[in-house]
Each structure stands twice: as structure tokens, then as C-alpha cells.
Design a protein around this ligand. Structure first.
Ligand code: CA
Length: 430
């Protein structure tokens, strides 16, 4: 077994590095030259998606810049970590201030405001985990006051297989789902629009290199199989969920829509923001197949997350929305490497472009809930908004915006961009 390497911090992370793309040097941009996230875009006259990298308010067409031969993102994701790192270095070389390649690269730039962003890759399979112990405990208290956290939680990363077909790119709109629900005081279910529509603040993780069926990925090489991360909103209909989830778990309460931010921030870009993985005193240590020295030393990552809510009334008034919660990925109970090792330990094979959702990332404090079910205490404590409106669950016309960024003293701040979508009224029931 090989020993995993420490996250590689090199010249591409140098905070003094500047780009000849002026907007990339703005301290407020999510996309300085130290970030370089990957996505797929198309211009008005394009039929097919192109692979691009965000730089300031521009997108660099990688093929036009002669850095890659094809626009197949899943193929690019399958590259060895060293090759992925070489692509990153080549992009930095062309975009840095004073680069002799400036003219070639400049011809491959497009304003982000002028292109359409799609899903970053073809997503084959999607698995959603449940890695926030704070979320699991708060939700558990609502469902089982005497026994909030089930006994397996601290031993096994909990997850279920989700549905990839309804994952849509940021900026979209979707209809409130119809479905079966049963009110607490009723014996029979009724059918109609969900009345408890919620969002879930999650981190998406993209699989890079595949493994063969029957060949588990050990902790030591788990991160070689991770391409990067994005923001993910796992829209959830709580009333449909409550009625359907036992005994096999979520189904129609989740698979009607999920929203993904367009830019995948690579593990290379995140290298300076890695932090130790640790467990609270008294909690069990992970079983050996989920444990590794590298994981203990820097298995977690510190990404600050925010949820913003913009109601239809706010939009009409030109109001950008309220920030309704904040949390950090470092509070997750399991790391990316542990999710990969666990998912494959039985021989399950992963493929390039597969997506793992982290599960709702809530912090330890009540105001750090990553869903309205937490922030409104299951609908019992309405959330007060700055314009006088209140919310328990989402109303038609509400837009939810997720944001994420990494910052540390002495380093250039990098961001994940935003993950936004708006709720439309339910379709009429026949
Ligand atoms: Ca979820």
C-alpha cells in the first residue's frame, strides 16, 4: 500500500501571483489565478459544451488555448493526479502576469456573462451521504426525541443511492413537486403539492479515476480518485419524505430536482485549506479501513458555506436576499477519503464523473442549520426575514442561493461561485 502524500502546495498557490486578466486580481472575486475551477460552457452559436476554467469574470476555453485535445470532461477527470496538476500548471503559466502566451490565451477568453454554463460533466451515478452529525442529531431529535442519533452513525458513513437525471445546473427553476403526504391527524394520505418544500446545503464531490468492480479503493489512495468539489442543493419535500421514507429511505421526496453550481474547484486548488480530521473525545475512532495517518493530519477541508434566501417580494424590490445560515465543511463527521473508501470497500466500482453529495452540512449551533427543517424547528418556529416576511418552508417564487469560499491569513481567498435556483408553483393535479 502506498502512503498518501501531503496536499501539494506549490507556486500555483502563491498569494503574490497575479494574472493579466484584471478581474482575477480583484480581492472580491471567487476566481483568482490561484483557484482555476473547471466547468462546461457554450456560446450562443455552440451546439456542444466546451471545457472552460473560470478566471475572474472570464472563462478560458481550454481547447482553444491548446491545453487539451477534446471537450470530454469525464475523460479529463480520469487523468492521473500528476497529469491534472500539469494542466493546472500550464493554465497558470498562460494566465500569469507577463506570460509570453498572453495573446494565444486572450483569444480563448469569453466573458462569463455571455456564455451559458451547464453541468460540469456527464454524471453517471449519484450517491448522497449524511456526513453532518449536527444535522443528523437535530433531525433525529424531531423524529425520535428519546433516541436522536442511531447507533450506527458514529461507525458507518450513512448514504443512499440518489438519482442523477434530475440534477440541473445553477440558475434554473423547477416546479414544486406533487406527491402523497399524510397529515399527523389523518389515517389516509392525500395527494397534492408538497407543503413542506425545503433545501439542503451540501458539498458535491466529483469522482476522478475509476476503480474496477471488486477492487476497493484504500484510504491511502482515495483522494487520487477525487477531482474536486462544487455546491449542491438537494431539494427535499419533507412531507412526502415523512410518509415514504420507511423502510427503504428517500425516494420521490428527493428525486424531483437537485441543483449544482457550475464550477468544480479541484483538490489541487483546495490544498492550502486542508485541516486535520478529528473526533470529539469519547467518540469511537474509525475502523482501520476508514483510518489513515494522512486522513488524520489533513483529511478534512475548511470551506465556509452560506445559504441565502431571496423571496419573490425581495426580487421585485431589487433586494439581493437574506443570508439565513452559515456553516463550514470542516464540521463534517466523515472526510472525502473516508466516503470513497467506504463506498468501494464492498467492491462497488466508481466512475469518472460520479457525484457524491455530502449530506446537509449543518454546524453545531442552531442558527447553523443547513435546511429550513432545522432553522424553523420542523416548521414550529418561523424564520423572520429582513423585509418583514417569515418562512417555515419554501414558498413559490423563493430563490435559494448557496455560496462557498476558502480563506486563511496569508493566502488568496478562493470561492466556489454560487448555486441558485427558484421554486415555481406545482403543476396542476389532474
Ligand atoms: Ca441530502
Amino acid at each position: 500500500m502506498t502512503t498518501a502524500q501531503a496536499p501539494v502546495i506549490d507556486a500555483t498557490h502563491d498569494p503574490a501571483l497575479q494574472s493579466w486578466v484584471e478581474s482575477a486580481n480583484d480581492p472580491a472575486t471567487d476566481f483568482p489565478i490561484q483557484n482555476l475551477p473547471f466547468g462546461r460552457f457554450r456560446r450562443e452559436d455552440d451546439a456542444d459544451w466546451r471545457i472552460g476554467v473560470a478566471i475572474g469574470d472570464q472563462v478560458l476555453d481550454l481547447r482553444a488555448a491548446k491545453l487539451i485535445a477534446s471537450n470530454d470532461m469525464n475523460r479529463l477527470m480520469r487523468l492521473l493526479p500528476e497529469s491534472r496538476r500539469s494542466v493546472r500548471q500550464a493554465i497558470v503559466e498562460g494566465l500569469r502576469a507577463g506570460s509570453p502566451q498572453q495573446a494565444t490565451f486572450k483569444a480563448a477568453l469569453h466573458a462569463q456573462s455571455k456564455v451559458e454554463m451547464g453541468l460540469p460533466c456527464e454524471i453517471g451515478d449519484y450517491t448522497d451521504f449524511y456526513t453532518s452529525i449536527h444535522h443528523a442529531t437535530t433531525i433525529g431529535k424531531q423524529l425520535r426525541p428519546d433516541n436522536p442519533l442511531l447507533p450506527n452513525y458514529k461507525w458507518v458513513p450513512i448514504g443512499y443511492h440518489g438519482r442523477a437525471s434530475s440534477i440541473m445546473p445553477s440558475g434554473g427553476r423547477f416546479h414544486r413537486p406533487n406527491g402523497q403526504t399524510r397529515a399527523a391527524d389523518q389515517e389516509r394520505p392525500s395527494f397534492g403539492p408538497s407543503r413542506r418544500l425545503d433545501y439542503e446545503l451540501e458539498l458535491a464531490m466529483f469522482i476522478a479515476r475509476p476503480n474496477a468492480v471488486g477492487e476497493p479503493i484504500p484510504m491511502a489512495s482515495a483522494e487520487d480518485h477525487v477531482f474536486g468539489v462544487a455546491l449542491f442543493n438537494d431539494w427535499s419535500a419533507r412531507d412526502i419524505q415523512a410518509w415514504e421514507y420507511q423502510p427503504l429511505g428517500p425516494f420521490l421526496s428527493k428525486n424531483f430536482a437537485s441543483t449544482l453550481s457550475p464550477w468544480v474547484v479541484t483538490l489541487d486548488a483546495l490544498a492550502p485549506f486542508r485541516v486535520p480530521f478529528s473526533r470529539p473525545a469519547g467518540d469511537p475512532e474509525p475502523l482501520p479501513y476508514l483510518d489513515a495517518p494522512a486522513n488524520r493530519a489533513y483529511g478534512a477541508v475548511s470551506i465556509e458555506l452560506e445559504v441565502w434566501l431571496q423571496t419573490a417580494a425581495m426580487r421585485k424590490a431589487g433586494h439581493a436576499g437574506d443570508r439565513i445560515s452559515q456553516s463550514n465543511t470542516r464540521d463534517a463527521y466523515w472526510t472525502m477519503a473516508q466516503l470513497v473508501a467506504h463506498h468501494t470497500v464492498n467492491g462497488c466500482n466508481l466512475r469518472a464523473g460520479d457525484l457524491f453529495g455530502s449530506g446537509t452540512l449543518s454546524g453545531p449551533l442552531p442558527e447553523q442549520g443547513g435546511s429550513l427543517m432545522e432553522l424553523s424547528a420542523g416548521g414550529k418556529r418561523p424564520l423572520q426575514l429582513s423585509n418583514g416576511e417569515t418562512r417555515t418552508y419554501l414558498e413559490d417564487g423563493d430563490a435559494v442561493i448557496l455560496r462557498g469560499f476558502c480563506q486563511r491569513p496569508g493566502l488568496r481567498r478562493i470561492g466556489l461561485g454560487e448555486c441558485r435556483a427558484e421554486v415555481l408553483p406545482a403543476r396542476p393535479v389532474n
